[in-house]
Design a protein around this ligand. Structure first.
Ligand code: SAH
Length: 236
């Protein structure tokens, strides 16, 4: 498996270009900072181990990985944007956090780390790869039996087009233009089917709902909406 075989170079180049801005809470990644406490709490609520071994796939600058590491988890985090990984390593070192950042795809890691992790997180990443199914299958492989996989992405629906793309990128400008392409968005049913096909049992879904008046998000457990997170358990 070639490291880059399931990566979209134009997508990676977009992240390369913003690599110095991952930790600017007013910059292009600001929405990830805003939702981070909510998604970290959701993820940690799915894992009932004191010091879980977690793999974060498509970790970006480490916004989520750092929060999980601070909670006591042991973190390996992978990405295919080199400058992004440099920013992540620099930030973790400056904050005294030990996170094992690696330049590799999860398909590649699965060849050497089968059954190694208690949990895998793959947030806001599946909608940027050519074959999300292959990423899900590799995430399943690196999990121990009974381990948890948590994915987040954006639904492919009219509402998602209006809210995430039209409003999010053009009207409210919460995200940089061109962040998301409609055809690459993923329906919750598709995600569940792909998980099932990879030996993952679906356990929970929740959505992040944005209120443009208060400019706040909240987590709606059980709800399938535009921005959703889904949790699976690897069959024993
Ligand atoms: N998960 C992080 C960052 C999301 S942005 C967060 O939610 O805070 C998407 C990230 O996925 C970018 O850093 C990009 O470089 C990475 N990425 C895109 N395709 C990838 C692939 N095939 N393998 C690994 N990382 C990838």
């Amino acid at each position: 498996m070639n490291r880059l075989s399931n990566a979209d170079q134009q997508e990676i180049a977009k992240f390369d270009r913003v690599s110095r801005m991952w930790w600017d809470t007013a910059g292009p990644m600001r929405m990830l900072h805003v939702i981070n406490p909510l998604r970290s709490a959701f993820i940690l609520g799915q894992i009932d181990l004191p010091r879980p071994k977690i793999l974060d796939v498509g970790c970006g600058g480490g916004i989520l990985a750092e929060a999980l590491a601070r909670s006591g988890a042991s973190l390996t985090a992978i990405d295919l944007s080199q400058p992004t990984l440099e920013a992540a390593r620099g930030h973790a070192a400056a904050h005294g956090l030990e996170i094992d950042y690696r330049y590799m795809s999860v398909e590649q890691l699965a060849q050497e780390a089968e059954g190694r992790f208690d949990a895998v997180t793959c947030m806001e990443m599946l909608e940027h790869v050519p074959e999300p199914r292959a990423v899900i299958a590799a995430c399943a492989r690196v999990l121990k039996p009974g381990g948890r996989a948590i994915f987040s992405t954006i639904d492919r629906s009219l509402k998602a087009f209006l809210f995430a793309i039209l409003a999010g990128e053009y009207l409210l400008r919460l995200l940089p233009r061109g962040t998301h392409q409609y055809r690459k968005l993923i329906r919750p049913r598709e995600l569940r089917e792909w998980g099932q096909a990879s030996g993952l049992e679906f356990t929970a879904i929740a959505s992040l709902l944005y209120n443009p008046l208060t400019k706040r998000f909240r987590v709606a457990p059980g709800k399938e909406d535009v921005n959703y997170m889904a949790c699976f358990i690897k069959r024993r």
